[in-house]
Ligand binder design. Structure first.
Ligand code: ADP
Length: 410
C-alpha cells in the first residue's frame, strides 16, 4: 500500500455520498485517507470481520462470492470510480459477505469504522444519508441477485425439459424390444417339453420376472413424463377412494407377505368419494405403499389411513396417509425426495425386486406422487423424525386431495 496525494477527496466523496453538505464532506475527507494498491490485492475477504470501507478513486476491483466448494467463486460485479466497497461494515457487525479484489492498480479512499462512527454521532443527517446510500446499494445488489436467480431458473427449467424428453425417448426405445422379448418368452413357455425340465423352468421364470420388472420401470418412466408434462389433462370421474385404496393394497399383499410385513387399513367411515383421475390416484397410492414396504425391514408394519379433511380456503378434501415402521428419513431429504431421480444413500445398492428391503429404484415414484397431487390441486409431504436403521422410527407420507380437482390457472 502507498499513500497517494493528488486526488480531490471531497469530489470523490460527493460522488459516493450524494447529498452531504460541504461541511460534512470536509469532515469525512479529514477522517479518511487515500491509498493505492497493486492488482490482485484483497480489500475485503469473505468471512472475515473487517472494519474498513473504501470508496474507489481510480482503477477497478472485482466483487466475488464463494458459491460452493465445487463451483468455486462467482463474480457479483465490477466496482469502479465512485463505488463504495465493504460498506456493510458501516452498519452491521457481521463477517464480510464477499471478497473484493483489485483488478488494476487501484486508488481508494479508506475509512475506519470507528472514525466513521464518531462522525456519524455528530451529524444525524449524515447518518441518514449514508444509510440511504447503503440501502440503495443493497437493493441494487438484490436486483442483480434476483435477475441472476431468474436466469438460473430458466436454465434449470430448460434442463429439466431436456431430462424429461430424454426419459421419454429412452422409455419408448426400450419398450418395443422389451415387448418383443416378452412375446418370445411366452411362446417358449408354452412348449411342453420345456415345462418338464425344472432347471429350464426356473431360468424361464427368472427371465419373465426380470422382463416384467423392466416393463414396470419403463412404464414408470413414461408415467413421470406424462405427469410432469405441462400439458397433462385430467380425466376426472367419480372415484370411490376407499375402494381404490383397498384394491391397491390387495395388489401388494403378496409382496408384503413375502417380506412378512403387516399391511393394515384404517379408513374413516366418512371418507368421501372424490372426483379425480382414478388411474393417476391409483399410481400415487401404489408408489407410496411400495416405498413403505421397500424401506421397512422384514416383520414391520405399514398402516394406511384415510379421512375427510378441510383443506386451505375451506375446500373439502380427503387425506390418505401411509405410515411405516421403516428406516425413516432425515429432515434434509424431506423436500428433495419428491424430485425426479433423487435418492437417499448409496444408489448403487439396487436389487431387481420392486419391494426388496432398501431395494432402491429409478427414483421416480415420489415425483409421480407429487405430480399427481399437484395435477389435482392437492399436496403431498412426509413426516419422519430421522433416519435410523437401529431403532426404525418410520415415516408417514401424506397425500391430500380436494373432492373436486382444482386445476392450476393457465
Ligand atoms: P425410489 O425408486 O428410489 O424408491 P422414490 O422417488 O420412490 O424413488 O423415493 C425417493 C427416495 O425417497 C428413496 O430413494 C428413499 O431414499 C426415500 N424414501 C421413499 N419412501 C420412503 C420411506 N417410506 N421410508 C424411507 N425412505 C423413503
Amino acid at each position: 500500500m502507498s499513500e497517494t496525494l493528488p486526488f480531490d477527496k471531497i469530489s470523490l466523496l460527493h460522488l459516493a455520498f450524494n447529498g452531504l453538505t460541504d461541511k460534512e464532506l470536509q469532515e469525512m475527507a479529514a477522517a479518511s485517507q487515500l491509498c493505492t494498491y497493486p492488482p490482485e490485492h484483497i480489500l475485503c475477504r469473505e468471512g472475515a470481520y473487517e472494519d474498513v470501507f473504501y470508496v474507489i478513486a481510480e482503477g477497478s476491483a472485482v466483487i466475488c462470492k464463494i458459491v460452493s466448494e465445487q463451483d468455486g467463486e462467482r463474480v457479483l460485479r465490477i466496482a469502479g470510480k465512485g463505488d463504495l466497497v465493504g460498506e456493510m461494515a458501516l452498519i452491521q457487525n457481521v463477517p464480510r459477505s464477499a471478497t473484493v479484489r483489485t483488478l488494476t492498480d487501484c486508488t481508494v479512499l479508506e475509512m475506519d469504522k470507528k472514525d466513521f462512527e464518531t462522525l456519524l454521532s455528530r451529524s444525524p443527517s449524515m447518518a441518514i444519508n449514508i444509510i440511504r446510500t447503503t440501502l440503495d446499494r443493497i437493493r441494487e445488489n438484490d436486483q442483480i441477485a434476483i435477475q441472476d436467480l431468474q436466469n438460473t431458473n430458466k436454465v434449470l427449467h430448460h434442463l429439466d425439459r431436456n431430462k424429461l424428453e430424454f426419459i421419454q425417448v429412452a422409455a419408448h426405445e426400450l419398450r418395443t424390444p422389451l415387448t418383443v422379448l416378452k412375446g418370445y418368452v411366452n411362446v417358449l413357455n408354452s412348449f411342453s417339453e420345456l415345462k418338464t425340465n425344472p432347471a429350464i423352468t426356473e431360468v424361464m421364470s427368472g427371465i419373465i420376472k426380470g422382463a416384467d420388472r423392466m416393463h414396470e420401470v419403463v412404464n414408470t418412466m413414461l408415467d413421470v413424463t406424462r405427469i410432469d408434462s405441462e400439458t397433462l389433462k385430467l380425466r376426472a370421474t367419480p372415484v370411490p377412494l376407499k375402494r381404490l385404496v383397498v384394491d391397491t393394497v390387495h395388489e401388494l399383499i403378496k409382496a408384503s407377505l413375502e417380506r412378512n410385513i403387516e399391511l393394515s387399513l384404517e379408513q374413516d367411515s366418512d371418507t368421501p368419494n372424490i372426483n379425480a383421475d382414478p388411474t393417476l390416484i391409483q399410481k400415487a397410492m401404489y408408489h407410496l405403499i411400495v416405498n413403505a414396504i421397500k424401506y421397512t425391514p422384514d416383520g414391520g408394519r405399514v398402516t394406511l389411513h384415510s379421512r375427510p379433511i378441510t383443506m386451505d380456503k375451506n375446500i373439502p378434501g380427503v387425506e390418505v396417509s401411509v405410515t411405516d415402521t421403516g428406516i425413516g428419513l432425515d429432515a434434509e431429504h424431506h423436500e428433495l425426495i419428491f424430485e425426479k431421480f433423487y435418492q437417499v444413500g448409496d444408489v448403487t445398492i439396487h436389487s431387481s425386486g420392486k419391494t426388496s428391503y432398501k431395494g432402491g429404484g429409478p427414483g421416480l415414484g415420489l415425483a409421480i406422487v407429487r405430480g399427481v397431487a399437484r395435477a389435482h390441486g392437492g399436496k403431498t409431504w412426509v413426516e419422519s423424525t430421522g433416519h435410523d436403521e437401529v431403532n426404525f422410527p418410520g415415516s408417514t407420507f401424506y397425500l391430500q386431495l380436494p373432492i373436486d380437482p382444482i386445476t392450476p390457472a393457465a
